[in-house]
Design a protein around this ligand. Structure first.
Ligand code: PGA
Length: 246
């Protein structure tokens, strides 16, 4: 079975106005040469219109969240159809910041992933343990339970991102061995859920990924790319990340 293509998913979080996003895309387009990894820019929804056209050919765009509902009286929400209309191909669901600050449950995350799929988007389903769970040695069981509950009714067209909460934005990265331990366990769970189709699914690592650690993380047999926050904001860093994967 050939390995799925490495995915470098850039999570801008709540950074960049539409003007700044367009400047970033123009700069990337002027400096980027196609990398071995697939690149996806996961931008605030308001940045997405027109962004795809400014980015280099082959670079995808996506959202950072999506409503669990198709349409209607849900003030402030963005639907999967709206994201599709502005050329999104991916959307993050269940990022730990959404789970923590917006109290999103696994059931809500699964409903969002189903909505995304119903409109042709590939959900990037985030899972990962807090530090106390890891210190108790329960990180694998916790994260696999989270995966199963967050993919209830979800088809075999998804990306899974393992993001240990203690590594996000902290400068503290999981070791390559930690990432591989969990990625292998997640792949096993995906095989249980989806059978042979699971071999083609990508499992990403996220949490303080930088140009100097991405190669070791993505060299692990079950790690098929990275979800990058802080190091996604500067074009220099993104070029260095892509270069490290070439
Ligand atoms: P970080 O964020 O790279 O800044 O740790 C990763 C993420 O939250 O997706």
């Amino acid at each position: 079975m050939t390995q799925p293509r490495t995915l470098l998913a850039l999570n801008w979080k709540m950074n960049k106005t539409p003007t700044e996003a367009r400047e970033w895309a123009r700069e990337l387009a002027s400096r980027y040469t196609r990398s071995a990894a697939e690149l996806a820019v996961l931008a605030p929804a308001i940045d997405l219109p027109g962004l795809k056209e400014l980015l280099p050919a082959g670079v995808d765009v996506g959202g950072q969240d999506v409503s669990a509902h198709a349409a209607g009286a849900y003030t402030g929400e963005i639907s999967a159809a709206m994201l599709r209309d502005v050329h999104a191909t991916y959307v993050i669901v269940g990022h730990s910041e959404r789970r923590e600050y917006h109290l999103e449950t696994d059931a809500v995350v699964a409903a969002k992933a189903r909505q995304a799929q119903a409109h042709g988007l590939t959900p990037i389903v985030c899972v990962g343990e807090r530090l106390d769970v890891r210190e108790r040695g329960e990180h694998v069981r916790f994260t696999l339970d989270q995966l199963r509950a967050s993919t209830e009714g979800v088809q075999a067209n998804l990306v899974v991102a393992y993001e240990p909460v203690w590594a996000i934005g902290t400068g503290r990265t999981a070791t390559a061995d930690d990432a591989e331990e969990m990625a292998a366990a997640l792949r096993g769970a995906l095989a249980g859920l989806y059978g042979p189709e699971a071999a083609a699914l990508r499992v990403l690592y996220g949490g303080s990924v930088k140009p100097d650690n991405i190669a070791a993380l993505c060299a692990q047999p079950n790690v098929n790319g990275a979800l990058v926050g802080g190091a996604s904001l500067q074009v220099d860093d993104v070029l260095a990340l892509a270069h490290a994967l070439s």
